[in-house]
Design a protein around this ligand. Structure first.
Ligand SMILES: Cc1cc2nc3c(=O)[nH]c(=O)nc-3n(C[C@H](O)[C@H](O)[C@H](O)COP(=O)(O)OP(=O)(O)OC[C@H]3O[C@@H](n4cnc5c(N)ncnc54)[C@H](O)[C@@H]3O)c2cc1C
Length: 438
């Protein structure tokens, strides 16, 4: 098969290399250095634009499991990361220069990959059998508009607004109550943390004093009025949060009937009720500040974070609206999206989707169709996140245990993670073609 890939970042490079190893011919288009993005600084492929960490190395951590699964599938990104690895305690960190130099070298020395240093501004597939769009969170403007046209101007975004996710077991349920606003839906879909006036005022003061991540210039224009960080809302007046995401109306306490002064709502994040999302609490607060300030909320004093809140410039597609679990566009099965643009978040997750897309294209080439990987694997869980999340509140996500199907049930947490990881790795190891020499 002949495949055109746009974007030679983490996902595009991973996808290209894997396809070439499976005997396909790849034309890979990268606009740098002819045209750069606001964050990249070099012409290297797979440049890591910020941290040099691939996060936890432990397979009892969801991202650790994802890396292990990628290694089983012989990921190029993981091979380059392993050879550029630097000591970093429990984390998997790399020498970024060496990492992207090795990646660039692997791509340019692979006979079946032809690298074109040029910007692509349309989704035309031409004579290629498949097109893969892997242009990342900083997709260039002309291509952004082409994708927007292709999707019917419905579901392509240019920034994300991520609220923190908390582990359910860390919440003090004795201080929280179940209720949906005005009793809508099942009447009790949300957990609510009520605040008195002094609690609310102390909370707003802490928000206003919190240290924030600086906004990059290219992020300044990205904030929409409808989706501001909570500290920005708080800065507009003492009551603004109480009329926004902390509105108490319709959330009277179910037993006392009292209306709180302000309320923080927590929404279920996963089917097994292990994680909760702080509704409307996207934030630019630094990570230690998120802990300090959000633990002031009654019932959250000892909360642990499965994901911290953030807001970034980020081009991404509403996956559940437009993509299948195989990352094919619903509008055209021969067009795939890969990497962060699908609504996954992070170096490892973006690379993982590149690897998955290569696998699915190869499967289609061999048998006519592709089946998504099982959702109890970290890889398969990414496909489910992209294709089966609720479209009306779709936001990019790192891989978390909340996304991965629980096949173990109720046992102690560490044993559960070990058994889940073992089951997932076994499944990946048993996939057709795994371990095959090229
Ligand atoms: C500022 C910033 C900081 C980040 N920091 C981190 C972090 O610390 N840790 C983390 O895990 N994740 C981070 N991310 C998120 C994400 O993991 C990375 O952006 C990751 O590189 C995404 O991989 P990707 O392959 O999807 O996109 P990229 O790695 O960005 O690759 C996309 C490639 O496509 C090229 N391209 C774009 N448009 C075109 C076009 N029209 N034609 C041809 N080529 C094009 C780009 O030049 C780029 O090389 C960050 C994102 C941003 C924006």
């Amino acid at each position: 098969m002949n495949i055109k890939i746009i974007g030679a970042g983490l996902a595009g490079s991973e996808c290209a290399f894997s396809l070439a190893r499976h005997g396909h011919s790849v034309h890979l288009y990268e606009m740098r250095p002819v045209k750069s993005t606001p964050a990249h600084q070099s012409s290297n492929l797979g440049e890591l634009v910020c941290s040099n960490s691939f996060r936890s190395a432990a397979i009892t951590n969801a991202v650790g499991l994802l890396k292990r699964e990628m290694q089983v599938l012989d990921s190029l990104i993981m091979r380059c990361a392993e050879s550029a690895r630097v000591p970093a305690g429990d984390a998997f960190a790399v020498d970024r220069e060496r990492f992207s130099a090795e990646l660039t070298n692997s791509i340019t020395s692979t006979a079946d990959i032809r690298l074109h240093r040029e910007e692509v501004s349309t989704l035309e597939r031409g004579d290629f059998d498949f097109l893969v769009v892997a242009t990342g969170p900083l997709t260039s403007d002309p291509l952004f508009h082409a994708i927007d046209d292709f999707l019917g101007h419905d579901g392509l975004y240019f920034y994300d607004a991520i609220a923190p996710i908390l582990a359910a077991e860390s919440l003090d349920l004795s201080k929280l109550y179940w209720k949906s606003r005005y009793g809508k839906g099942d009447g009790a879909d949300y957990l609510n943390a009520a605040m008195s006036q002094p609690q609310y005022e102390a909370f707003v003061a802490a928000l206003l004093g919190a240290e924030l991540y600086p906004l990059h210039d290219f992020e300044r224009a990205a904030h929409f009025e409808g989706c501001l960080p909570i500290e920005e809302i708080a800065s507009r007046g003492i009551d603004t949060l109480r009329f926004g995401p902390m509105k108490p109306v319709g959330l009277e306490h179910p037993t006392t009937g009292e209306r709180p002064y302000a309320v923080v709502q927590l929404r279920k994040e996963d089917l097994s009720d292990e994680y909760f999302n702080l509704v409307g609490f996207q934030t630019k607060m630094k990570v230690p500040e998120q802990k300090r300030v959000l633990q002031m909320i009654p019932g959250l004093e000892n909360c642990t974070f499965a994901r911290f809140g953030s807001m970034h410039r980020n081009t991404f597609i509403n996956g559940p609206k437009h993509l299948r679990a195989t990352f094919q566009a619903k509008k055209d099965d021969r067009i795939f999206f890969a990497g962060q643009i699908t609504g996954v978040e992070g170096y490892v997750e973006s690379s993982a989707v590149g690897l998955l897309v290569a696998r699915y294209i190869d499967e289609i080439a061999r048998s006519g169709s592709a089946s998504p990987l099982p959702v109890h694997t970290a890889l398969g869980a990414l496909g489910r996140h992209v294709a089966a999340s609720a479209p009306e509140r779709y936001q990019p996500s790192n891989v978390t245990w909340g996304l991965i199907e629980d096949v173990v049930g109720r046992v102690k947490k560490i044993e559960k993670r070990e058994r889940q990881a073992a089951a997932a790795i076994r499944t990946i190891e048993q996939l057709p073609g795994v371990g095959q020499a090229f």
